[in-house]
Design a protein around this ligand. Structure first.
Ligand code: C2E
Ligand code: CA
Ligand code: CA
Ligand code: CA
Length: 279
């Protein structure tokens, strides 16, 4: 296997699997993608269940790959997280989202809040609160229009550091929410010490309600827990009218899902929102 022209074989012989090679190619691609402005944000509405009013949007990143087309974050966020590219990527997302929200504030579109997802590595940076402050200052966005989402598993992983980080962010006046709630292992002792505003019920518990009794019981418990802690609760992945009805009966505050709207580009969002007025 050492003959000339067998470089590929040597490459693999050094212990690299095909998927590891693929990973490297993708990493370079993503690095270039970030530099060449191939990332875009789409925005998905969050709606108040009682009034049908828009209460905010969640920014969701997409990668407009020159050959592969629109790539889902599920396919590159884990890679970005593993390679550290999530830091520049996350910086870009935060800045772009704040910039967009600031420009909506100055328009006739009434978008009350912009929610941005944080990855673990991004959130754990020592200077992260300082970075957020700088982005708010640079874009001119008042902190009250920004919400940051961290996943339950991220929040609970180093819970005492989480408290510290969340306290700094809370003091800046922005909102904080716990994403994918119910999928991690929450310590309620910590949860009550987090200065958070919102729990987002993971879509896996919403999917089969009202039929699945266990999921319904879990969703009901999360709603109760949130309300007992004076938190707002949002159901994610709402696709059916029956789910809305159940969520309304069970006093969930807000909903987000394809039934109301899919994530949209800023341009489409403006068109959709102007036509509908409310959801
Ligand atoms: P997430 O934060 O839980 O976001 C919700 C996901 O559910 C989004 O997928 C959204 O498009 C999708 N979704 C919303 N409503 C429905 C529905 O009714 N049915 C179904 N089946 N799906 C629905 P998306 O945009 O593919 O994002 C996937 C995940 O990638 C996000 O899950 C989040 O964990 C991550 N992600 C997306 N954007 C960012 C980002 O800017 N930064 C970081 N760190 N992670 C991001
Ligand atoms: Ca989220
Ligand atoms: Ca607060
Ligand atoms: Ca989620």
């Amino acid at each position: 296997a050492k003959e000339a022209g067998k470089n590929n074989c040597q490459f693999y012989a050094k212990g690299m699997s095909a998927s590891a090679v693929n990973f490297l190619l993708l990493e370079n691609d993503l690095r270039r993608g970030i530099d060449q402005n191939q990332l875009v944000l789409h925005y998905q509405p969050q709606v108040d269940l009682a009034t049908g009013k828009l209460i905010g949007v969640e920014a969701l990143v997409r990668w407009q790959h020159p050959e592969r087309g629109m790539v889902s974050p599920m396919h590159f966020i884990p890679l970005a997280e593993e390679t550290g590219l999530i830091v520049p990527l996350g910086d870009w997302v935060l800045k772009e989202a704040c910039h967009q929200q600031q420009s909506w504030l100055g328009s006739d579109l009434d978008v009350p809040k912009m929610a941005v997802n944080l990855s673990t590595r991004q959130f754990r940076q020592k200077d992260f609160p300082g970075k957020v402050a700088m982005v708010l200052r640079d874009t001119g966005l008042p902190a009250q229009y920004l919400e940051l989402e961290i996943t339950e598993s991220c929040a609970m992983e180093h819970a005492s550091e989480t408290i510290n980080q969340l306290n700094q962010l809370n003091q800046m006046g922005l909102s904080l929410s716990i994403d994918d709630f119910g999928t991690g292992y929450s310590s309620l002792a910590y949860l009550k010490r987090f200065p958070i505003d919102k729990l987002k019920i993971d879509s896996s518990f919403i999917h089969d309600i009202p039929l699945d009794q266990n999921d319904a019981a879990i969703a009901r418990s999360i709603i109760g827990l949130a309300h007992n802690m004076q938190l707002t609760v949002v159901a994610e992945g709402v696709e059916q009218e029956q789910q809305v009805q159940w969520l309304r009966e069970n006093h969930c505050d807000q909903v987000q899902g394809f039934l109301f709207a899919k994530p949209m580009s800023a341009t489409n969002f403006k068109a959709h929102f102007n036509a509908a007025g409310e959801f």
